[in-house]
Ligand binder design. Structure first.
Ligand code: SAM
Ligand code: F3S
Length: 450
């Protein structure tokens, strides 16, 4: 009988990507199929996140809820950043857990499962074995015209508030040829849009397959050029990039590569130089705005989104007003904003923090209201315009509609007609809400793949 795996994913796109890879690995090695129900699963995996909140506690609460399923022989695994941080401590606290694996060892899942059966005891493997993971992953399974491609792992920026460098290890780039082969393979299977993934994609450096380091000549800007030349690829996105490594060459790429979307997620985190320095972000608000100005000089319609942290230790009213001023200056589209959450083991967790929680919450609410205002205004400005949309599939709740995304990543609903899915179409926008747009495809306007 086909074995089934239930995977619950917490956190970022990187974790979503890793969960897909867990499924690919288990499917290729043991024929596992996914299930939405933990009750009918043979294997239950939690892909955890420890970037904010009491993530550990959330994981143990979830584990407690599936513990009773062990009676019928279910195997339970914990992966992701909590696993990486806690390691064997997870098994000590929850001895019914069979597997603990990190973001860099998920490709070993079949071997870990086999060892669990052979040895009759829990298996823990949370090492960072360089980039070995990618050599052991089966070819990606394509679902629809969009796909994610991981181009690097880890992060070496060590922002003072962040656990990622400790849970995912230092930055390691995937070799250029590997990335290009994967994109070409996806394009052959009908993928039109790729999102290049990594914690700091613009720190990517091109080790060629023969091991030579090409330094300056194989940077992220060059990678984008190569990806744009792959037949069938019509759109390129990437996330996340870091302002510190936003080179003039990458800015120029926006002039040279029309397939690069006019949408950029460039996390600023804060608008006060004092706080940015305490966060160890490595740039000032002015330097950040200068990148945005130069980008918009080559791409006037560029939409920007960001991550913001409110309530970092020592944030004064004046600091917060500087953040609001930056938000007004840049005019962000749909973004993520969080209350600062002290993470064990990070330098910022030792800083004195006198700001009352209610003050932080009020600041966050103000920021979010302003961001929402911007999003509504940007959506409204689309009304009556023609947007190029990549049609991704049928609408979940209404089979007479299909959904797609604009370059700026807005969800668009439009009437279904045969042959539309997977096509790039020009759509006139007839209705605009904060979160989605509705429109009609202009007659005969499908756009050929480049
Ligand atoms: N690589 C990305 C960048 O360039 O900034 C960030 C990756 S991190 C997983 C995603 C976001 O989580 C960050 O941009 C930050 O806003 C938020 N974050 C990280 N640590 C946090 C903390 N301790 N408290 C609140 N938010 C945090
Ligand atoms: Fe975290 Fe800063 Fe890296 S936010 S992922 S340490 S760029």
């Amino acid at each position: 009988m086909t074995k089934k795996v239930f995977i619950k994913t917490f956190g970022c796109q990187m974790n979503e990507y890793d969960s897909d890879k867990m499924l690919d690995v288990l499917h290729a090695a043991e024929g596992y199929e996914p299930t939405d129900s933990a009750d009918e699963a043979d294997l239950i995996l939690f892909n955890t996140c420890s970037v904010r909140e009491k993530a550990q506690e959330k994981v143990f609460a979830d584990l407690g809820r599936v513990k009773h399923l062990k009676r019928r022989g279910v195997r339970i695994g914990v992966g992701g950043c909590v696993a990486s941080q806690e390691g064997a401590a997870i098994v000590e606290r929850a001895p019914y857990v069979d597997l603990v694996f990190g973001p860099q060892t998920l490709h070993r899942l079949p071997a870990l499962l086999a060892a669990r059966e052979r040895e009759g005891r829990p298996q823990v493997d949370i090492r960072f074995p360089e980039i070995e993971k990618f050599d052991h992953l089966p070819p990606p399974r394509v679902e629809g015209p969009t796909a994610f491609v991981s181009i690097m792992e880890g992060c070496s920026k060590y922002c003072s508030f962040c656990v990622v460098p400790y849970t995912r290890g230092e930055e390691v780039s995937r070799p250029l040829d590997d990335v290009l082969t994967e994109v070409a393979d996806l394009a052959d299977q009908g993928v039109r849009e790729v999102t290049l993934l990594g914690q700091n994609v613009n720190a990517w450096r091109g080790d060629m397959a023969d091991g030579r380091e090409h330094g300056e000549s194989a940077d992220f800007a060059l990678l984008l050029e190569y990806v744009a030349e792959i037949p069938g690829i019509a759109r390129i996105r990437y996330t996340t990039s870091h302002p510190r490594e936003f080179t003039p060459r990458l800015i120029e790429a926006y002039a040279r590569i029309p397939k690069l979307v006019s949408h950029l997620h460039l996390p600023v985190q804060h608008g006060s130089d004092r706080i940015l320095a305490a966060m160890k972000r490595g740039y000032t608000a002015l330097e950040y705005k200068s990148i945005v100005r130069r980008l918009r000089a080559v791409r006037p319609d560029l939409a920007l989104s960001s991550d913001f942290i409110v309530g970092f230790p020592g944030e004064s009213d004046d600091d917060f007003e500087r953040l609001m001023a930056l938000v007004d200056d840049v005019g962000y589209d749909s973004s993520f904003s969080f209350l600062y959450s002290p993470r064990p083991g990070t330098p910022a967790s030792d800083l004195r923090d006198d700001t009352p929680h209610e003050v932080k919450q009020r600041r966050l609410a103000r920021l979010q209201a302003r961001l929402d205002e911007n999003v509504r205004a940007i959506s409204a400005s689309r009304l009556g315009t023609v947007q190029r949309v990549l049609v991704e599939g049928p609408a979940r709740k209404d089979p007479t509609l299909v959904t797609g995304r604009t370059e700026c990543n807005r969800l668009v609903l439009l009437p279904a007609r045969p042959g539309l899915i997977g096509e790039m179409v020009d759509v006139r926008i007839t209705e605009a809400t904060q979160r989605w747009l509705r429109g009609e495809a202009l007659a005969g306007e499908t756009v050929a793949a480049g």
